[in-house]
Each structure stands twice: as structure tokens, then as C-alpha cells.
Ligand binder design. Structure first.
Ligand SMILES: [Mn+2]
Length: 300
């Protein structure tokens, strides 16, 4: 007699270097008897604890994808741009903090992965099946229709948008956005991740989980990392994002885009080669003036 086969899969996306949140999520997943971890990219960059984060990930699973943040670092590795823009200092810092071995590790990560568990076929990606950068929001009905109508697999899973976790059946396919683990802007120091239960050849439960972590540890680690001497603006915006002030982070970027658009007719600096195809920069003076405008919301 063949027994009923059950498997529990934890889906983690958009860790962004938050090793503190990652450790808490792993504890929660293990308490819930998870058999397998899938990690959907944006492993590092935003918070400067990249090597620690990658050490945990490597010990957890080899089912790991790259995100747009890894793509920035891969592009930077090719050219080693001597770029003076203030906003770029963060990406340079994140690159320089990673070990050579970890740079080689992220260079080998795939953009998509096809998996099969007891007859249930999954396609996992960071942004979309086409690109690490494309965003799929739940209101983008045309895009969702496009990616599900000819989908070979039963389930499409992604992250990248930092929208609240959601799932929906579209064209008979299960679509899951696994939210954001490391810099989730909707809660104070809480991480999102998803547990998928596959039972006897069917998905029979989807658990959207929220896990608390200690933001004071992160604050201390940010100060120790030295990144604040490079660019305290982006780090303040990131910290605000996980500390209940996510809206200010959003407003800052909306202001910056508006000012760039007024000045250049385009919301970012036009250097469409290498890393700058992906990593969008604002003019330094706009960045500095907004840092001044928002300084009352800054912690560092
Ligand atoms: Mn992303």
C-alpha cells in the first residue's frame, strides 16, 4: 500500500541582507515541520549583513534564485564602475563587503527554477518569468493573464514587488506572491514568508506567515558595519521601512522621481549600460536636498 505523501515547503523571498529576520523565519519554519526551503532572490543588499545572510542560505538549501539586487552586483563585478554618485556608494559598499567566494556564488544563481513535488509542478522566479526586474502586482490583470494562460506548471511563485503576500487562482493556475522577508514595509519589524502544503499530489494549504524579529539588533549591526559613513540616507530609508515609517521611504522616492522628471523628462539618470540598465540613479543634488527635507524621520 502506498502511503499519503505530504510535503511542506517554505518560500522565502526578498531577504535583502536581513540575517536577523531570516534566522527567526527559519526557526518558525522548523517549528512548523517544513521539509524544504525555496529562496526567490534579493538575498543581499539594502542591509549590510551580506556574508552572514549568504552563509545561512547556503546551509539551508540549494534551491536559490537571484534577484535584481544580485544582478546589480553581478553587473558591478564586470565593470567595477568608478561612479561618484552618492546613491551608488551603497551598492559599492554591498559589493565590497561580500567575500570573493560569495560573489562567485551569486554569479551562478539562476533566474527561474522548475520544480516538481509529487506531481505538482512549480515555476519559481524573483520578478517574472521574463525578467528579475519586472514587477507583477495583483492588480496587473493583463500581465497575470499573460503569464498564466500558457503556463506549463501548476503553480507560479514570485516576489520582488514587496506587496503584502497574496495568492489567487488564475486560468486554473495557482499564483503566489510570497511578499518580503527582510524589508517588509507594512509592519514594524516583521517578516513575511509562505508555507505551501502539498498533500497527495495537490496543494492543500497555503499559509501566509508573519514572524517578529528584534530591530534593535539590526540597528546595532548597521552602526557597526560602517555603512553610515558611506551613505546614511539609503540606510535611514531602509531602517524606516522596517520600523513603521515605510510611507516616508515611499514619499522620498516619489519626490525624487518627480524632481528628476521635471528636470530631465525622465525619472532617473540616463546611463543605460551595464549596471545602470538596472540600478536607477537620481542626481546628487536632488538626493541631498531630499535628505535634508526628510531628516526629521531619520534615525541615524
Ligand atoms: Mn527585487
Amino acid at each position: 500500500m502506498i502511503g499519503v505523501i505530504k510535503i511542506k515547503i517554505a518560500i522565502l523571498t526578498d531577504i535583502h541582507g536581513n540575517s536577523v529576520a531570516l534566522k527567526e523565519v527559519i526557526k518558525d519554519a522548523e517549528k512548523n515541520n517544513v521539509d524544504e526551503f525555496l529562496i526567490l532572490g534579493d538575498l543581499v543588499a539594502d542591509l549590510p549583513f551580506g556574508n552572514e545572510t549568504l552563509a545561512i542560505i547556503k546551509g539551508l538549501t540549494n534551491k536559490v534564485l537571484k534577484g535584481n539586487k544580485e544582478q546589480y552586483l553581478i553587473e558591478y563585478d564586470k565593470e567595477k564602475y568608478d561612479w561618484k554618485n552618492i546613491q551608488f556608494r551603497t551598492i559599492k559598499f554591498m559589493y565590497n563587503e561580500l567575500s570573493k567566494e560569495n560573489i562567485e556564488y551569486i554569479k551562478k544563481l539562476p533566474h527561474c527554477m522548475k520544480l516538481e513535488y509529487e506531481g505538482v509542478k512549480l515555476l519559481i522566479t524573483h520578478g517574472s518569468p521574463k525578467s528579475v526586474e519586472e514587477q507583477i502586482h495583483q492588480e496587473d490583470r493583463q500581465l497575470l493573464n499573460y503569464y498564466t494562460e500558457n503556463l506549463e506548471e501548476d503553480v507560479l511563485i514570485f516576489g520582488h514587488t514587496h506587496d503584502k503576500m497574496w495568492y489567487e487562482t488564475i486560468n486554473n493556475k495557482l499564483v503566489i506572491n510570497a511578499g518580503c522577508l527582510g524589508v517588509c514595509p507594512y509592519y514594524v519589524s516583521q517578516a513575511e514568508y509562505v508555507i505551501l502544503d502539498i498533500n497527495n499530489g495537490k496543494v492543500d494549504n497555503i499559509d501566509l506567515r508573519l514572524v517578529k524579529y528584534d530591530i534593535e539588533i539590526i540597528k546595532k549591526k548597521i552602526i557597526e558595519s560602517g555603512i553610515l559613513e558611506e551613505d546614511n540616507v539609503l540606510m535611514n530609508l531602509t531602517y524606516n521601512g522596517i520600523n513603521g515609517n515605510g510611507l516616508k521611504r515611499y514619499e522620498f522616492f516619489q519626490d525624487a522621481k518627480k524632481l528628476m522628471l521635471e528636470r530631465n523628462g525622465k525619472w532617473y539618470k540616463d546611463d543605460a549600460k551595464g549596471i545602470f540598465k538596472y540600478f536607477k540613479l537620481f542626481d546628487d543634488d536632488i538626493w541631498i536636498s531630499l535628505a535634508e527635507k526628510y531628516k526629521n524621520y531619520f534615525v541615524f
